[in-house]
Design a protein around this ligand. Sequence first.
Ligand SMILES: *[C@@H]1O[C@H](CO)[C@@H](O)[C@H](O)[C@H]1NC(C)=O
Ligand SMILES: *[C@@H]1O[C@H](CO)[C@@H](O)[C@H](O)[C@H]1NC(C)=O
Ligand SMILES: *[C@@H]1O[C@H](CO)[C@@H](O)[C@H](O)[C@H]1NC(C)=O
Ligand SMILES: *[C@@H]1O[C@H](CO)[C@@H](O)[C@H](O)[C@H]1NC(C)=O
Length: 420
Amino acid sequence: MKGLIVLFSFCGFIFATENNVCISFGDYYNDMENNPNCYFNPEADLDVTRIISRNGYPVEAHSALTVDDFMLTLFRIPHGKVPRQGYTPTPVLLQPGMGLNSVSYVDRGNTSLAFLLADAGFDVWLGNFRGSQYSQVHLFLKSDSIAYWNFSFHELGIYDIPAQISLINEVTGQEGNILYLGYSMGNTAGYVYNTIFPEQASKYIKVFINLAPVIYTDNIKSVFKYFTFLWEWAQFLTDGNAFHKDLLKRDRVSTEIMKRICLPYPIQMKLCWLGIMLLTGFDVDQMDPETLPVTTIQHTDSIPAKMVTHFIQGISSHGFYHFNYGVEENIKLYGSETPPPYNLSTVKVPVYIIYGNNDWLSTEQDVLRLYADLPEAAKQHGIYKVNWTHFTHTDFLLAKDAKTLIYDHLIKFLENFNSL
Ligand SMILES: *[C@@H]1O[C@H](CO)[C@@H](O)[C@H](O)[C@H]1NC(C)=O
Ligand SMILES: *[C@@H]1O[C@H](CO)[C@@H](O)[C@H](O)[C@H]1NC(C)=O
Ligand SMILES: *[C@@H]1O[C@H](CO)[C@@H](O)[C@H](O)[C@H]1NC(C)=O
Ligand SMILES: *[C@@H]1O[C@H](CO)[C@@H](O)[C@H](O)[C@H]1NC(C)=O
C-alpha cells in the first residue's frame, strides 16, 4: 500500500513537472522543459471549485432544483481575495454559452472575468445549465435517454433560470438585485426568460448584460450557415436517434484524445481552433499562448441536438420563434400551425448589449435588429461595440487582451449597480 502511494506520488511528481504552458507561441518550440518562460498549469484537468481555490478565492457550491426535476449546480465566489466589510455585495449571475459551462469564466488565471468581478466587490454566481458537466443529475431520467435531452434554450429560459434566480434570492436574502450576464446562448435563454416571465424578470433582475447575443441569425457569416441542409439529411439518413441527444460528450477518453490532437504545440492549437474560427470569426492576433492549453481542453461540454435544431430553425425562419415541432404538434402545443415568436417588446429589464466587430455568430446587423425590437424602457443603457476591429465571438472569453478590451469596461459599467 505504502509502495503504491510512493509510486503514485512519484508519477504525480514527474507529471507535475511537465511544462504545458508558455508565455509566447515561440517559447513552445524552444525547450519547454528548461525554458524559464514556460511552466506547468494543472487547470486543464481541474474542476471549477479547484480552479477557484487555486487562484486564492473562496468558493461555495449550491444546488437548485428545477420544476421539471433537473438538479443544477451553481458555484459562488462570495467575495474577492480580501473580503470587504460594511456592505452587502450585489450578486452577479454569469451564464455560459452553448457547449460551455461555468469554467469558461474562471480558466484564464488572474484575468478571468469571475475573479475580476469578485475583486471588484461583487458576489459572483456561476450558472451551469442542465446537461452540462456540473448539472447532469435529473431526479428520474437517465442521461442517455431521449426524454432527458428533450430541451433547447427554451427550457433553460423557462425552467433553469427561474430555479437559479430563486436559489440566489434565498441564499443572499436579497431580492430584486441580481445582475444577469449572459454570453452567446446564455442570452438566448435569458431572452426566453425575459419575454415569457417579464414581470418576474423585472422583479428580480436589475440589468441584463448581453455579451455577443445570438437572437437573430439572418446575417451570420459562419460557414455553418451554408451547411444547415446537411443537418436535415443526417437526421433523415440515420434513425434520428442521435439527433435527439447530446452531440458532444466530454469524458476522460475524449479529453485525452483532444490533448493529443490539440496540444502541446501552437501549430496543433491553431489547427484545432481553425474549425471553431470558421464558425465564429478569425482574430489570430488575440490568440493567447498562455491560456489556450487550458481553455482548449476546458471549453467543451454537452451540445444538445435539439438546441442546434432550434438555432437552425431561427436561421431559416428569419426570426426568434418557439421550437417548431411540425404543424400537427404546433397546433396542439401553441394553437397555431407555426410557432409563436418570443415577443421582445415585452422585455422590462434594462438591457446592455456588447458586441464584437468581427463576430460571425452575432453580427452587427443582427444585434442592431435585436436592439431595435426592444422597448424604449429596456434601452436606457444603450449598446457598446468592443474597440477592436477583429473582435470575434470567442474573443469575449479567450482574447489575450480581454481584460483591457472588455472586462474593465464591463466592471466599470456594473459598479454603478453595486451598493457600495
Ligand atoms: C496576473 O499575474 C501576472 C503574473 O503574476 C502579473 O504579471 C499580472 O500583472 C497579473 N495581472 C492582473 C490583472 O492582476
Ligand atoms: C419533448 O417535449 C415536447 C414539448 O414539451 C413534448 O411535446 C414531447 O412529447 C417531448 N418528447 C419526448 C420524447 O419527451
Ligand atoms: C407583444 O407585446 C406587446 C407589449 O406587451 C404587445 O403590445 C403586442 O401586442 C405583443 N405582440 C404580439 C404579436 O403578441
Ligand atoms: C480605440 O482604440 C484605439 C487604439 O487602441 C484608440 O486609439 C482609440 O482612442 C480607442 N477608441 C475609443 C473610442 O476608445
